[in-house]
Design a protein around this ligand. Structure first.
Ligand code: BGC
Length: 927
């Protein structure tokens, strides 16, 4: 019989071993972060928190003390002089979100910092390489710039061309350091001396522009020169005055506006500041229209060659108009911007269609746009680009599901294009796999090279990987990640293609835990939590989408004067569930502190709208929320009925009360914690009184009813077994298929597994027929679909009005695949994987599975195989953390570990407590 060490031949995970060889036993401190990113420029947080990763392959490696030093320059820091802060040696193992303890940094201040640690043997590490952060403009008075605009203005349905702004200026000396502080109402793209500034897209991002407008800070030192310079900006409509959701244009204002402040320190130390004002000039240019939903039209004949470089003749340009700007606060964004994260070439040459049209297939449903390259000839001819996620039977684009989103771009040739010429729209985004080119110049035959898919996404790096022996689950995992990519564009959206693309609160809270596995979304959700707080009604209500264009504010005070109202259970609860999940996954306590007031107000609001603690009671309000949105029809079938909305409402009410109890405890608010605990207990009683029979049947008597009751701990112990029995019956009635919608679906596998029904969980997950996760995979999906039957080879397309092919909600199952199949989970007591729970639960005929996760402490990995009946597990636990490793081992099975560790055993499991390092275990059930 093999042992674990034989099944996993010795190897290094993620180069940790290579480091060991090169540096011997030295511990290194890497990956220094300030708040949510490395070396941020333009930080808004005046009490920043610092984090680092310890590289040390030794078993049990951990930090026992730390020292942080900070200085105003890199040189001072290295020379250890003029330090602005020296923490001295501080005992303890905190290495994530450690508060900076120096004097509060002022606007523009740059701070260099480094850290060293002492390990488990009391030995200190070398100092880390220095890292830095730089503050943005913290006070309104820091802004000298004036808001400007052009005279280009459209109407509620009529687009206007994008204005180009420019300003030439001379610098009396060489620049030593330069920063551009810039924002727009709308979208901006800046250029200095002909070069684009940065690579971020859709800046300054999406907020409720009446409440908060983000600004960006760029280091533009290298863009400038002594003598003649020029700065330019193009403004797009974006979410500010373009179409958003089903709204007409001009929701927040009639045209885009710009605010820019260029601050330069010259080599002699003098300061040169250039601000946006009426001395700037504007002109229309080649972008005839731009809209996130409708598309972009570009006329290359109108290009303004050299418009953002010095020496350009701008005599025909108009002086900029002074604009009203906004009274909303200008804030530095905590989240990463949208960028091009990937480019995709079509897998094959395009298919020629009637009328000289060509359809390209990227092979992957994405959100973004295309780059068009090398189309020559045909001056004045306008090429039309249309986008679709799916094809109809005859091979034509399927665009019916886009509803009113036109998703069409136009490019007019100027006749001077060469084989190298390329064009990509700037201010639009589409959800698509297929793109159709029409009206190409006569004689031009496009090839695969003509079109490149540009994948746009908030730049949230991949952190999690999952794979196993079942290829269909691997494809499902890939589809989940792609739906996250396609919908994490500034805010978590429901879908990227139709006239919606909104921050639906329910979808986000359902998916957030899986999102945290796939990518580092800590900053992304810190920002969206600010959006949620902005969207909260005066009494506590949270709307269905955030930001919500239906919120009206007093322009002077910013106070909400009209609110769309509460979205109901599972949707508005995002205000509590999202920050709680971010705290759990990343250890970000501040998100809880900052939003505690909003969460508490929300809970009080729920109490105020409930009747005898039943939320969504019909006596209070007929609107019960979205219920188990998109669940299968249960009426009349085997005693099943739809899940009552007040049942879902009350269960979620208890869930958020429970989260708030835990949050209050963490924040040391003991009295609140006691109150919320008591409240939760009373809600549970109300739930049982109202919805549970003495024998343990739950109203609705369907999958979601039992799932919610069990998953949210709504039932007394003595009723749980019976409820599980009923739940299993509900699955049996459906021949082990699911019947659930947004609310029930994410609970299926976790709940079945929790109550010991692991094989049943695999059985539902691995169903290949409708409805189930793998059905869409077998119908050719490359993303997660909105509906279980969005498309089938047999019956074609599902209901057209709501039929997105890129909707991540059902992708929440990925969480279970990582935590339970591969076995990487959070310890219930410790956030951020400071202690993790490695607990793979094999089943469903799967013979191996693995997951790797870049946690805030470093790489956490779990990999198991079953060979010749032996279950072998290899885990890697990051330095400065520990783990509980649970192996599936019935009494009598032989359990081994490569370190001869001792296990605690019960009837089903062997449990090991381990520190950092790589460990191997095996279970031989036959012995
Ligand atoms: C969205 C959903 C959303 C729902 C609310 C839809 O239009 O696409 O994902 O949660 O509305 O029921």
């Amino acid at each position: 019989m093999k042992t674990a060490s034989e099944i996993f031949p010795c190897r290094d995970i993620d180069n940790a071993g290579i480091f060991w060889i090169v540096y011997g036993t030295m511990t290194a401190i890497n990956n220094l972060r300030c708040e949510y990113s490395a070396n941020p420029v333009g930080l808004g947080e005046t009490a920043p928190r610092l984090s680092w990763i310890i590289e040390d392959p030794r078993k049990g490696a951990r930090q026992t003390a730390r020292q942080i030093q900070a200085a105003g320059s890199r040189e001072d820091l290295s020379a250890e002089r003029a330090l602005i802060w020296d923490s001295g040696r501080v005992e303890g193992d905190q290495s994530v979100f450690v508060p900076y303890g120096g004097p509060a940094p002022a606007s523009r201040e740059r701070c260099w910092w480094r850290v060293r640690i002492w390990d488990q043997d009391g030995k200190n590490s070398p100092w880390s390489e220095p890292a830095s952060w730089e503050m943005g403009l913290l006070k309104p008075a820091d802004w000298k710039a004036q808001w400007i605009k052009s005279a280009l203005v459209g109407g509620a349905r009529t687009p206007a061309p994008a204005p180009f702004f420019r300003r030439a200026f001379a610098l009396p000396g060489a620049p030593r350091q330069a920063r551009l502080y810039v924002t727009a109402l709308g979208l901006y793209e800046c250029r200095i001396n002909g070069e684009r500034v940065g690579d971020a897209v859709f800046r300054p991002g999406r907020t409720d522009y009446q409440a908060r407008v983000q600004y960006d800070t760029y280091d533009v030192t290298a863009n400038l020169q002594g003598g003649e310079n020029a700065i330019g900006a193009i403004l797009g409509d974006g979410w500010y005055c373009g179409h958003t959701g089903s709204c007409d244009r001009q929701r927040y204002g009639d045209r885009p506006e710009l605010l820019a402040q260029l601050e330069i320190i010259l080599s002699d130390g003098s300061i040169f500041t250039l601000i946006s004002d009426e001395s700037w000039k504007w002109s229309a240019g080649p972008i005839l229209e731009n809209d996130l939903l409708m598309g972009e039209a570009y006329d290359a004949r109108r290009e303004l060659a050299g418009w953002s470089a010095p020496g350009y003749d701008d005599r025909s340009w108009q002086p900029a108009l002074s604009a009203a700007g906004t009274r909303a606060s200008l804030v530095a964004p905590p989240n990463p911007p949208v960028r091009t994260v990937m480019e995709i070439k079509p897998a094959a040459d395009p298919v020629k269609m009637a009328e000289g049209r060509y359809i390209f297939d990227l092979g992957q449903n994405i959100a973004g746009r295309v780059r068009l390259r090398g189309v020559t000839g045909g001056e004045g001819r306008t090429i039309r680009l249309r986008y679709a996620e799916m094809l109809q039977r005859g091979g034509e684009l399927y665009t019916e599901n886009l509803r009113s989103a036109r998703a069409t771009d136009h490019y007019t040739l100027n006749g001077r294009e060469t084989a190298e010429s390329a064009w990509e729209p700037r201010f639009t985004c589409h959800g698509f796999r297929y793109v159709e080119l029409a009206n190409l110049p006569a004689g031009f035959a496009p090839s695969r090279e003509t079109v490149t898919g540009i994948v746009l996404q908030s730049d949230t790096p991949l952190t999690g990987e999952f794979s196993c022996s079942e290829p269909l689950l691997n494809k499902l995992q890939s589809n989940i990640q792609w739906s996250q990519r396609g919908n994490f564009i500034e805010i978590p959206t429901d879908c990227p293609q139709r006239d919606e693309r909104q921050g639906w609160t329910g979808d986000a809270q359902i998916f957030i835990r899986e999102a945290c596995f796939n990518m580092d979304v800590s900053g992304f959700f810190a920002k969206w939590q600010d959006d949620l707080a902005d969207a909260q009604g005066p009494k506590g209500a949270i709307p269905g989408v955030v930001p919500d264009t239906g919120i009206l504010r007093d322009p002077l005070t910013g106070k909400i004067t009209s609110h769309p109202g509460d979205a109901g259970p599972a949707w508005s609860d995002a205000i509590v569930i999202c920050p709680w999940t971010i705290y759990r996954c990343y250890g970000d306590k501040r998100i809880l502190e900052k939003h505690y007031g909003a969460m508490k107000l929300y809970l009080e609001y729920l109490e105020s709208i409930s009747t005898d603690l039943i939320r969504c009671h019909y006596l209070h309000n007929l609107w019960g929320g979205f219920g188990d949105w998109l669940a299968m029809d249960c009426i009349g079938e085997n005693h099943l009925t739809p899940t009552p909305k007040d049942l879902i409402g009350t269960a979620y009410f208890a869930r958020v009360a429970g989260h708030l109890r835990d949050i209050a405890k963490i924040l040391g608010r003991t009295e609140d914690a006691r109150r919320f605990s008591y409240l939760r207990g009373r809600i549970v009683e109300a739930f049982n009184r109202e919805f549970v029979t003495p024998s343990g049947r739950v109203q609705g008597n369907n999958q979601t009813s039992y799932l919610v009751a069990l998953a949210f701990d709504m039932l007394p112990e003595d009723k749980r077994d019976n409820a599980v029995r009923h739940l299993l019956k509900c699955f049996e009635w459906r021949k082990w298929h699911l019947s659930t919608g947004f609310v029930g679906t994410p609970l299926i596998c976790p709940t079945l597994a929790r109550f010991g029904k692991i094989e049943e969980a695999y059985r539902v997950l691995l169903q290949q027929t409708y409805p189930g996760w793998l059905y869409s995979v077998l119908q050719g999906a490359t993303t997660i679909w909105e509906r279980w039957n969005s498309y089938s080879h047999e019956n074609g397309f599902g209901p057209v009005g709501m039929n997105s092919f890129n909707h991540y909600a059902y992708g929440a199952i990925g969480e279970w695949m990582a935590t339970t199949i591969a076995g990487i989970d959070l310890d219930p007591e410790e956030p951020a994987f400071k202690r993790s729970l490695i607990r793979p639960r094999p089943g469903g005929g799967i013979t191996w599975a693995k997951a790797r996760l870049r946690t805030p402490y470093g790489l956490l990995a779990s990999e198991w195989k079953i060979e010749s009946g032996i279950f072998a597990l290899e885990v890697t636990i990051p330095p400065n953390t520990s783990a509980t490793v649970c192996l599936p081992a019935a009494a009598g099975a032989a359990v081994e570990s490569d370190e001869n560790l001792s296990a605690a055993r019960d009837k089903t499991e062997a449990r090991f407590a381990v520190g950092a390092g790589t460990y191997r275990f095996s279970v031989n059930p036959a012995k």
